[in-house]
Design a protein around this ligand. Structure first.
Ligand code: XLS
Ligand code: CA
Ligand code: CA
Length: 439
């Protein structure tokens, strides 16, 4: 059988002393951390669209990476990507993948032809999944690439476009079920607006919810047992994306009665674009019981667009894993590398080194997060900071025994607040550094 990544050996754990670029320094898949193996805690997924499709093209130039896999294109290329993708996941020890319908098979001239292409490739994918014991983390439909979606898909002003989107979601759900996928993602590709002058925002949001309700109904019908996710993003490609951030998305889900069926897929770089930290978005999802999955990448703090870089920022990853652990860890979700190597990193080794860097970063982050929790100083500080709610007037407020009148009397009797304490931000940040650097 043809070997696509022919310069790449199986990637093994060699430990922190290793200087071998093609080895893990921290990701030791069977090491027990927090009662489970690293592999079970992190649930890494390869992302079909970047890893197998994106060639590094940007606004100023064509691609730099050759992703033709020695083919002339079309279905031959789609098949080669299946073999190449599974070979790569196997070499890296990645057990899940995520896909859009259009990543895995080319769109045909009709829906029937597109679906035939999908079915043919799905057969091959199922075969390879069995061979390598690799699973599907989640599937989704690309409702943004084709020009018909120029004004949106579920939020399009044209009902015919809505129908095409529905047809695609139907098929993508069927494929996800066929692969035993553990999730299905709605990322609002072009679900947003460029100008409010031509937009009926309320109507568009109603329709977006309509499409999601239809998806839930159909998923139930065909036996989908996974989680549905919305992936928030504030802008790009549209000026304003309706799923702006976690809080906005949760409000939308509640308004339309979708909150019991949907969780969130939080992407690090989208958090940055929304003016939040990755940790913030995870916390918002978690406190609302909607933490689901993660698209693991990072942006560049100096750029205002979606660079989808492989994650190497240990500080941010550790704070993210801290939130994941506090939220109870992954159940059906995982860490999908919605990440691409930089345009200048075009050689075969680069895509592998990029994954190693991301996996090592999250392995370190996982250990660090558990160490922070074991260290206990942050939790202890937090408990102390809210101590006034465990007794006295605080407890009485929580128990519903106080009113504005009784509290006004209490405050008057107090004269002034003399019980405020320092927030100790610098202390807590130094605890974090100490735990991190002592590893
Ligand atoms: C784009 C999104 C996209 C989704 C899946 O910015 O990250 O890749 O994850 O449609
Ligand atoms: Ca994403
Ligand atoms: Ca992105």
């Amino acid at each position: 059988m043809k070997e696509y990544f022919n310069r790449i050996p199986r990637i093994c754990y060699e430990g922190r002393q290793s200087k071998n670029p093609l080895a893990f320094k921290y990701y030791d898949r069977d090491k027990i951390v927090g009662g489970k193996t690293m592999k079970e805690q992190l649930r890494f997924a390869m992302c079909w669209w970047h890893t197998l499709c994106s060639e590094g093209a940007d606004m100023f130039g064509v691609g730099t990476s050759d992703k033709r896999f020695g083919t002339a294109g079309g279905m031959e290329l789609a098949k080669a990507k299946v073999y190449a993708g599974f070979e790569l996941m196997d070499k890296l020890g990645i057990e899940y993948f995520c896909f859009h319908d259009r990543d895995i098979a080319p769109e045909g001239d009709t829906i029937a032809e597109s679906n035939r292409n999908l079915d043919e490739i799905a057969g091959l994918i199922s075969e390879q999944m069995k061979k390598y014991k690799i699973k599907c983390l989640w599937g989704t439909a690309n409702l943004f690439g084709n020009p018909r979606y120029m004004h949106g898909a579920g939020t399009a002003p044209n009902a015919d476009v809505f129908a095409f989107a529905a047809a695609q979601v139907k098929k993508a759900l069927e494929l996800t079920v066929r692969f035993g996928g553990e999730g299905y993602v709605f990322w609002g590709g072009r679900e947003g607006y460029e100008t409010l002058l031509n937009t009926d925002m309320g109507f568009e949001l109603d329709n977006m919810a309509r499409l999601m309700h239809m998806a839930v109904d159909y998923a139930d019908k065909i036996g989908f047992k996974g989680d549905f996710y919305i992936e928030p993003k504030p802008k790009e490609p549209t000026k304003h994306q309706y799923d702006f951030d976690a809080a906005t998305t949760i409000g939308f889900l509640r308004k339309y009665g979708l909150d019991k069926r949907f969780k969130l897929n939080i992407e690090a770089n989208h958090a940055t674009l929304a003016g939040h930290s990755f940790q913030h978005e995870l916390r918002v999802a978690a406190i609302n019981g909607m933490f689901g999955s993660i698209d693991a990448n990072q942006g560049d703090t100096l750029l205002g667009w979606d660079t989808d870089q492989f994650p190497t920022d240990i500080y941010s990853a550790a704070l993210a894993m801290y939130e994941v652990i506090k939220a109870g860890g992954f159940t059906k979700g995982g860490l999908n590398f919605d990440s691409k190597q930089r345009r200048g990193s075009f050689e075969q080794e680069d895509v592998v080194i990029a994954h190693i860097a991301g996996m090592d970063t999250f392995a370190l982050a996982l250990e660090l997060a558990f160490k922070l929790i074991e260290d206990g100083r942050i939790d202890a500080f937090l408990a102390e900071r809210y101590a006034s709610w465990r007794g006295g007037i605080g407890k009485s407020i929580l128990e519903g025994r106080e009113s504005l009148e009784t509290l006004a009397d209490y405050a008057a009797a107090l004269g002034e607040v003399r019980s405020n304490r320092s927030g100790r931000q610098e202390y807590l940040e130094s605890v974090f550094n100490q735990v991190m650097l002592n590893m």
